[in-house]
Design a protein around this ligand. Structure first.
Ligand SMILES: Nc1ncnc2c1ncn2[C@@H]1O[C@H](COP(=O)(O)OP(=O)(O)OP(=O)(O)O)[C@@H](O)[C@H]1O
Ligand SMILES: [Mg+2]
Length: 254
């Protein structure tokens, strides 16, 4: 089953075509890598999938539904989660508070429910707290749950991002350079956690410059260069493709 699909998607910023006629499908349960040199259009592609940037042309489908015109929060509610290349947690809020802000559909926010069903709200709050602490535990940050997010290292922020995105129970998660700034020990934690979460049926699309991580994790890789799809295949196929090596060395893609 296809969870996410881009059909001839393009994005122009003034005279720059950041994404040019991209078409691909993401299958349920896969870990798909999206690689390519700096400025290739990878983050813009994520912005288009997640809905934070509107496509100039083309179509995006989530779970078979056309979401091209849907706002980012609608896509989030439809099962799409994403993390950012540069995570920006609320620095003065605790890790736990940052996690609780990432929830979906909290009935406590509907004022009337606080009067009609206070016990249910309290139970929901407890469940959300337990879930947040469980996810912080998963990424080895539970001991810092009550500390402000500003004390985290760059790598810990990346792990908090992964935990945070899981609060909304996404079906497909877009990870933008999850390994950037993560030290080798934390990187192993990150790789294991992505595998564990993928094992529960969650689909991942991963932008990453760390080729070792991409090769170890991804079932399939798409290579972008100058906004377009250069090639796609298994990690082995892509590593052998002379066009990929050329693109990374700054040569003109064939
Ligand atoms: N908001 C914007 N306005 C104008 N140009 C933009 C905007 N966002 C991206 N671009 C341009 O689009 C192109 C693709 O950028 P993008 O950030 O998607 O690349 P990337 O593949 O994620 O690169 P990196 O590996 O460095 O993160 C670049 O030329 C960039 O300058
Ligand atoms: Mg980027």
């Amino acid at each position: 089953m296809t969870v996410l699909q881009a059909i001839n998607v393009s994005k122009r910023f003034g005279g720059v075509t950041a994404v040019d006629q991209m078409s691909f499908s993401v299958a349920s349960g896969e870990i798909l890598g999206l690689i390519g040199p700096n400025g290739a259009g990878k983050t813009t592609m994520f912005d288009l999938l997640a809905g934070s940037v509107a496509a100039t042309s083309g179509q995006i489908k989530l779970m078979g539904q056309d979401v091209t015109k849907s706002a980012a929060h609608r896509r989030l509610a439809g099962g799409m989660g994403r993390t950012f290349q540069i995570p920006r947690p609320f620095p003065e809020l605790s890790l736990l508070e940052n996690m609780l802000l990432a929830r979906q559909d909290q009935s406590g926010e509907r004022l009337w429910a606080n009067f009609t069903a206070p016990r249910r709200i309290a139970a929901e709050e407890r469940a959300a707290r337990d879930k947040a602490l469980g996810l912080l535990d998963l990424v080895e940050l539970r001991r810092l749950a009550d500390d402000p997010a500003r004390i985290l290292s760059g790598g810990q922020r990346k792990l908090l991002e992964l935990a945070r995105v899981m609060m909304a129970d996404p079906k497909v998660v877009l990870l933008d350079e999850p390994a950037a700034g993560v030290n080798p020990t934390l990187l192993e934690v990150l790789i294991d956690r992505i595998r564990d979460i993928n094992g529960t049926g969650v689909t991942f699309v991963l932008i990453e410059h760390n080729i070792d991580m991409v090769t170890r994790l991804c079932h399939r890789i798409l290579v972008m260069a100058s906004g377009s799809m250069l090639c796609q295949g298994t990690p082995e196929d892509v590593a052998r493709d002379p066009r990929v090596i050329e693109a990374y060395l700054g040569g003109t893609p064939a």
